[in-house]
Design a protein around this ligand. Sequence first.
Ligand code: AHR
Length: 501
Amino acid sequence: MARAHLTIDPAFTIGPVRRRLFGGFVEHLGRHIYDGIHEPGHPSAGPDGFRRDVIELVKELGVSTVRYPGGNFVSGYNWEDGVGPVAERPRRLDLAWHSTETNQVGLHEFQRWLDLVGSELMLAVNLGTRGPKEAVELLEYANVPAGTARAAQRAADGREAPFGVAMWCLGNEMDAPWQLGHRDAEDYGKLAAMTAKAMRQVDRDLELVACGSSGRGMPTFGEWERVVLTHAYDDVDYISCHAYYQEHDGDLASFLASGVDMDAYIESVIATADHVRAVKRSPKRIDISFDEWNVWYLTRWQEQARHFTIDEWPVAPRLLEDRYNVADAVVLGGLLISLLNHADRVTSANLAQLVNVIAPIMTEPGGPAWRQTTFFPFSVTSHAARGDALRVAVDADATDTATHGSVPVVAAAATSEGSSLSVFLQNRHLTEATTVTIDLSAFQPTGAVSARGIWDTDVRAANDLRDTQRVGLRTNDTARLSDGLLTVELPPVSWTALTIA
Ligand code: AHR
């Protein structure tokens, strides 16, 4: 049996847990929108075509801000195609995903869906095939209350009140060779600064995100952030991070420790942003918008993409429909632990994505909607992580990984609000349970402890259309609290959330 000893003290805070840490991402991609959230013929669809069963699941997931409409898609998107009478909207080639975009859902429809879900809109502008002019035009259309042509156009399109979008992404993954309009850091940094300045001339209070690298493994990583921020530091509020993890060649031990990579990624970007701050002698601090993160079996997608033929442009094809198992969910729980442990600087994050496309929620046309395994750690953390993130001192046995070296067998994060405390734990051991003792004496806890999580004797177990409820949340009844010391036994390959009143 492995062991870990943790100490948590309310005096040692990291920072407030902002609701935006639990954002989602909806891209026009595959069956995300069409035949996902929007399926007019489905028995649960309302008059607006949105599936109510999906809306209920999204609410249960607890998603705060939703990034829209891409992703790679946005770098070829004309926002004007998605407004005005639906019947008159053009069908366009979506070059990013080799599909046909019908534009049946655009800004107005998506905002209506968000109103039903109760989430905030975060918009990305196209800096791939377009520029500052179109970004400002979209901003005018979306946010200017009245008195201009575009505000009037919005009212004529059915919405008198402005959308009031606060957070904007200045393009998407502009460092990436696969991105439409991809450019080098110098060019993008200047473009981001120029676009931000123009947008702030409309509204100086916007929150603007410059594109960081599309991954820590990109050859330009680090230098990209430095150069972009050198140009745009004064004009933006956030630099983005994107990270996707998958199990390579059956190396589950390394995969389970993906949070170690995410920690290093975040800390490098903070160091780079703070270096630029020092050089500029700026009082301003740039935070991280981790606006794409998830488990994604990217190599499967790369294989699928090789088979596109030039004359095939399907509407809503099945793309990136990863089926997540228990191990994937345990990894996702570990990534949430990493985000919480950096809550002082990662002040916004978006799980990529939400429905059908590398998603916690799946749907079948005319059929059910269901929770993937990854749904559970996200929804539990989103609801339980409140107040302040606390520093957790971890003294744990080590476990070896091929990719990350020797890592603590347990990863942990904690949050507290008022008299309630939540602790999130990941056991990375492949075969052994780990006994965790947590010194909570500084809290003088007296209340009840509940422990829920995800584990299974079959770490490859998953939910799918044949069995939508194979995997669910489980209760761990080993948790005991005595004299300020909490003891719990974590099964191998598991993720657990403890709440102590
Ligand atoms: O989330 C899928 C894709 O991953 C996004 O469109 C892109 O930004 C990233 O490469």
